[in-house]
Design a protein around this ligand. Structure first.
Ligand code: SF4
Ligand code: SF4
Length: 334
């Protein structure tokens, strides 16, 4: 595997995203191990002690099987953000006759008796995609925001010791962004990169402000173009949004590698390479929902038997093949 910085420079960087509010420890441990062994340069997980410990156990397993050590990145936001929320409802209010559309739309199998044995939202599995919110005909599902308190950031990061941080930002939050950067610095961690996750709603002029703030603090950006957040598992068509965002922005962006995210899947690379100038501008990709969906059937099989996917030789072989099929085209780009 190319070292992460070299991969960024050559357009071959691949990041696996667990989900900024995903706390499904058994799945995270398995998926972190599998995607590290498949060649991911970076694993991006929630800023949570138990989640980071699970990801590190997965990484140790992958290293023991010959993988290079990827960076561990944790995700933060500078204010309310859909990536940092959980769905919640009180199942006692649901009519018994409800056909449970909320359960059907949840990609994380976080709702319902069938998947979890509990009728409400299983908070550890929920990663805040929001698909269940409009699905309830009675409007019973609410979102609960998970934004870290300012004085919690530095001690948490000092305890987690990630190599990199992702900072989600939204329009009009320059000052909040700067305050988060100061909290990162207060942790005294030698961060390799600060990935700035911004959707199309954040104007490029604001991204230049974020860049000035990072540079003034000696931090190195990685620009994550969040085309269609948390949707890569929905279908091939979601890949278009991140590539289109790169096409619109690449010439106006501040310095730093440009990485696709949000809606990325197996269609992302062919779409990108249809325009050589775009392909040259792209440092790499992050896979979230599609990476989980690919391995979910195998995870469910082993979880129902109470064993880790990594410890079932036949399913492990299948899982690795699938993970490599997603990452390989990017790892071998020329
Ligand atoms: S649909 Fe999304 S927001 Fe709703 S419970 Fe499932 S993961 Fe959470
Ligand atoms: S759709 Fe609404 S009423 Fe029906 S089970 Fe889900 S939360 Fe309850």
């Amino acid at each position: 595997m190319l070292p992460p910085e070299v991969a960024l420079a050559r357009g071959r960087w691949v990041k696996w995203i667990a989900g900024a509010s995903n706390q499904d420890l058994a799945a995270i441990e398995d998926l972190a191990g599998l995607y590290a062994l498949a060649g991911a340069h970076c694993l991006d997980v929630a800023a949570d002690g138990a989640v980071v410990a699970a990801a590190r156990r997965g990484i140790s397993w992958a290293e023991a099987h010959g993988a290079a050590r990827p960076w561990l990145m944790v995700s933060l936001s500078d204010g309310h953000d859909p990536h940092f929320r959980k769905a919640w409802f009180d199942p006692r209010r649901c009519p018994p006759s409800c056909p449970r559309p909320c359960e059907r739309v949840c990609p994380a199998l976080a709702i319902g008796e069938r998947a979890t044995g509990a009728p409400g939202v299983l908070a550890e599995r929920c990663y805040g995609c929001g698909r269940c919110l409009p699905a309830c005909p009675l409007g019973l599902i609410e979102e609960r925001s998970l934004v870290l308190a300012p004085d919690a950031v530095a001690p948490l990061l000092a305890a987690l010791r990630p190599e990199a941080v992702e900072l989600h930002t939204s329009p009009g939050r320059q000052q909040a962004f700067e305050r988060r950067l100061d909290q990162l610095l207060a942790s005294a961690l030698p961060l390799r990169r600060v990935a700035v996750s911004a959707s199309a709603e954040v104007p490029v002029a604001e991204l230049w402000q974020r860049f000035d703030s990072l540079r003034a603090r000696g931090l190195r950006p990685l620009w994550q173009l969040d085309g269609r957040p948390m949707s890569g598992d929905v279908g091939d068509g979601t890949a278009r949004a991140a590539v289109a965002l790169l096409a619109r922005r690449r010439q106006a962006m501040p310095p730093g590698p440009l990485q696709l995210a949000g809606g990325t899947n197996g269609r992302s690379l062919p779409l990108l390479e249809a325009t050589p100038a775009l392909a040259r501008a792209c440092a790499g990709v992050a896979f979230g929902g599609v990476a989980r969906r690919l391995l979910q059937p195998l995870l469910l099989q082993t979880q129902s038997r109470g064993v880790a996917l990594r410890h079932d030789p036949e399913l492990l072989r299948q899982a690795l093949e699938l993970a490599r099929s997603l990452l390989r085209p990017w790892l071998e780009r020329t």
